[in-house]
Design a protein around this ligand. Structure first.
Ligand code: DI6
Ligand code: FE
Length: 408
């Protein structure tokens, strides 16, 4: 039985309804895969523990969680980046058959092994920054075999790396070229074949859909979510990113885990969202890259006490961002979120957005021991700096992924 005792730690437990749940002069006992005890130094169960880590006042947090990403895909979109800088808008590029569809072509022509090789450098910075759970969506295959191929790569990541991966089926991400002008037929294919096939292989933890003028309508989105529900799968949706189509309210009323983007969500719908258990996932990376100006309704989300999560949205087009710490900083700088909200957004609220808050996301007895040791003494340091990674050690389910050089 392996045990690790952290002593002299500043612990951000994230165990309450607000704040950091900060415990100074704290100690934390990990037993096998779980958090066995957390409390103050003077009460710590010292005797008989093989490994003791003296944190010397430094910060411990739960493992960080990236609850919205599109990390598996073929190729890149540096050319589109350049086009946008030469004046084209994101919507124009999408309408011209560029954008998402160019990634669809590159993803379809890549093998599973090639996609796996390509995802590794995108994952590395997240792993280095203490991310212990990542959600990865399909959505660049847009047919049964290619969506399954993407989800297998996501599963392979979990098998090969010390990382929890939540696999999300996003077959309704864009209209594939072979279904041009037949979007209802494509939605039927998604519901009748693609999703059931992927689910039959055990590859689907949740279902997502992109509801937007450049993607699928509110009615089409509702149909996809109904299909997920009929299969007993949790679901979520990309909504109100570029316009207000009412997707957030529709998804929340059906019981979505999360509604993601939501810059264009109106305040009346925020109040109704608050009646549900749905988490608001904000994606400042896409807001930054697309140089959006419409801010998400943060004041209303706060007043209505809607839990807010943050994620990278890592994807080749609108958010080629692979730093969860930068996302925390962007949330503060661009959205005026507080460092407390930012840390909650990548821990406990991200866990809620994945339906995993009973297992991960806070430092609470009985939860999985995903723990990060940081070379800082206060949590605000994580959101404040750009370009410094103070991650000093990461434990995933009680096993060191990268070990600090101070244990005895
Ligand atoms: N919203 C986004 O920001 C990404 N997908 C989505 O549904 C964009 C994906 C891409 O441009 O490749
Ligand atoms: Fe996305």
């Amino acid at each position: 039985m392996s045990q690790t005792l952290f002593i002299n730690a500043t612990i951000a437990c994230l165990d309450g309804d607000s704040g950091y749940g900060l415990r100074e002069d704290g100690a934390l006992l990990v037993d096998t895969e779980k958090i066995a005890w957390v409390g103050s130094m003077q009460d710590s169960p010292a005797a008989g523990v093989a490994e003791v880590v003296d944190c010397k006042g430094r910060l411990l947090t739960p493992g960080l969680i990236d609850c919205h990403s599109h990390l598996v895909y073929g190729g890149d979109r540096a050319d589109e980046f350049e086009l946008r800088l030469e004046g084209a808008s994101y919507a124009e590029i999408a309408q011209r058959g560029g954008g998402i569809l160019s990634t669809v072509n590159a993803t379809r022509s890549a093998s599973e092994a090639e996609l796996f090789e390509q995802v590794l450098p995108r994952l590395k910075p997240l792993l280095d920054e203490g991310v212990t759970t990542v959600e990865i969506k399909s959505g660049y295959g847009l047919d049964s075999d290619n969506e399954i191929k993407m989800l297998r790569v996501a599963r392979h990541i979990e098998d090969e790396l010390q990382l929890r991966v939540q696999k999300t089926f996003l077959g309704a991400h864009a209209l594939p070229p072979e279904y041009a002008d037949r979007s209802d037929d494509y939605i039927e294919l998604v519901c009748d074949e693609m999703l059931p096939n992927a689910h039959a292989e055990g590859l689907v933890d949740a279902v997502d859909v992109f509801i937007e003028s450049i993607a699928f309508s509110l009615a089409q989105g509702a149909k996809v979510l109904d299909c997920a529900q009929a299969l007993g799968l949790p679901f979520k949706a990309h909504v109100e990113q570029l316009s207000d189509l009412g997707g957030a309210l529709m998804a929340a009323e059906k019981g979505a885990l999360s509604v993601d983007h939501i810059e264009y969500l109106n305040e009346t719908d925020v109040a109704r969202l608050a009646q549900s258990d749905t988490v608001a996932v904000l994606l400042p990376g896409a807001f930054y890259v697309l140089r959006e100006t419409r801010l998400p309704p943060l004041a209303a989300l706060r007043t209505q006490r809607v839990p807010i999560a943050l994620a990278t949205d890592a994807n080749p087009g609108s958010s080629p961002v692979h730093s969860i710490l930068l996302i925390m900083n962007m949330a503060c700088t661009l959205f005026r979120m507080t460092p407390t909200e930012a840390l909650r957004g990548v821990t406990i609220n991200a866990a809620r957005a994945l339906g995993l808050d009973q297992q991960i996301g806070s430092i609470v007895i009985g939860k999985q021991a995903d723990i990060v040791l940081w070379d800082v003494d206060r949590p605000s340091m994580l959101s404040y700096q750009v370009g410094i990674n103070p991650c000093a050690g990461v434990m995933q389910a009680g096993t060191w992924r990268s070990k600090p050089g101070i244990s005895s």
